[in-house]
Design a protein around this ligand. Structure first.
Ligand code: NAD
Length: 288
């Protein structure tokens, strides 16, 4: 039976480091770090994210400034808001809550965030730095998945790491984070499923990361005995949240597995805070 990899168990250690960093920042700069958050429209899921972010930020002593805009704001008006925050020296980091309403190009907005205020690590320069192994900020969900893999203490060198899902915030950044630990990395996606090859690749994984967004798409019986299973998926099924991996059977085969909820999710928000603090320190010429 697999050991549960619970995000909460890691947050205490991470919080202690962040608190010390914020204390140092306050002492050296005289202010607290500030995270500006842009929310457009009234999507309930985004409301849940922003309240989680506010709770985590304020719990650490970070100022969380939420700017809410009506769903009919134009793309140009939103870009102007980003530019205003870029120029506001009291703001250390900016996050645009995605997705924006359909008439707005998410990527166009996110890429207007000043590179040193990009706390999600999605600016082209930050993604380029990640590829080069010189990351200053790492996309938060990928960073959380990697923290959990590292927490197993298993040497990844020469093992088979399989990622399912190629999104820009999870699957793609994980390729580079994993490669630093020298496993053989394979990335699967909808094309793999269409070709009928997903089960075969999943079955070869010593480390499996599922970031798909489809409830229990990965069957427990596909999991290799002794694998590390990181389930990033969060899917609402009726009143419950489930992951992308069929948990019950997978838990019996894996050596480590993340529960959903309670695995990757609780860590992600602290990765955002870590990125913010690192950005704030670099802006003031220390840290990094
Ligand atoms: P996305 O929709 O951007 O990407 C999904 C990926 O899954 C795509 O690359 C697609 O090719 C792949 N895919 C779709 N159907 C497939 C199939 N049948 N077989 C193989 N691959 C398939 O999703 P995302 O933003 O990366 O999110 C993925 C999941 O992670 C979602 O459930 C989301 O809610 C969750 N998520 C969790 C956190 C967290 O903090 N825990 C953060 C972000 C996203």
């Amino acid at each position: 039976m697999a050991t549960l990899l619970q995000g909460k168990q890691l947050t205490a250690k991470i919080k202690a480091v962040l608190e010390a960093d914020i204390k140092e920042f306050r002492q050296r700069v005289g202010t607290v770090p500030v995270l500006a958050s842009i929310e457009v429209g009234d999507d309930k899921r985004i409301g849940i994210y922003t309240s989680m972010q506010r709770r985590a930020a304020e719990g650490l002593g970070i100022e969380y400034r939420l700017k809410h805009f009506a769903g009919n704001i134009t793309e140009q008006e939103l870009i102007d808001q980003v530019h205003q925050l870029n120029g506001d020296e009291s703001v250390n980091g900016i996050i645009v809550q995605l997705p924006c309403p359909a008439h707005i190009d998410d990527r166009k907005i996110s890429q207007r965030i000043r590179v040193d205020k990009d706390v999600e690590g999605i600016h082209p320069e930050n993604l380029g730095r990640l590829l080069l192994g010189q990351a200053r900020v790492i996309p938060c969900t990928a960073a959380a998945a990697m923290e959990l893999i590292n927490a197993t203490g298993i040497d990844l060198s020469g093992k088979n790491a399989v990622i399912v899902g190629r999104s820009e915030i999870v699957g793609k950044p994980l390729i580079f984070l994993l490669l630093e630990k020298s496993p053989t990395v394979t990335i699967c996606h909808s094309g793999t499923s269409k070709a009928g090859k997903l089960e075969e690749f999943v079955g070869s994984a010593d480390i499996l990361v599922a970031a798909i967004g489809k409830p229990a798409l990965i069957k427990g019986s596909w999991i290799k005995e002794g694998a590390i299973v990181i389930d990033v998926g969060i899917n609402q099924v009726g009143d419950t949240l489930v992951g992308d991996v069929e948990f019950g059977t997978a838990q019996r085969r894996a050596s480590f597995i993340t529960p959903v909820p309670g695995g990757v999710g609780p860590l992600t928000v602290f990765m955002l805070m870590r990125n913010l603090i690192n950005a704030a320190k670099l802006q003031r010429g220390f840290g990094g």
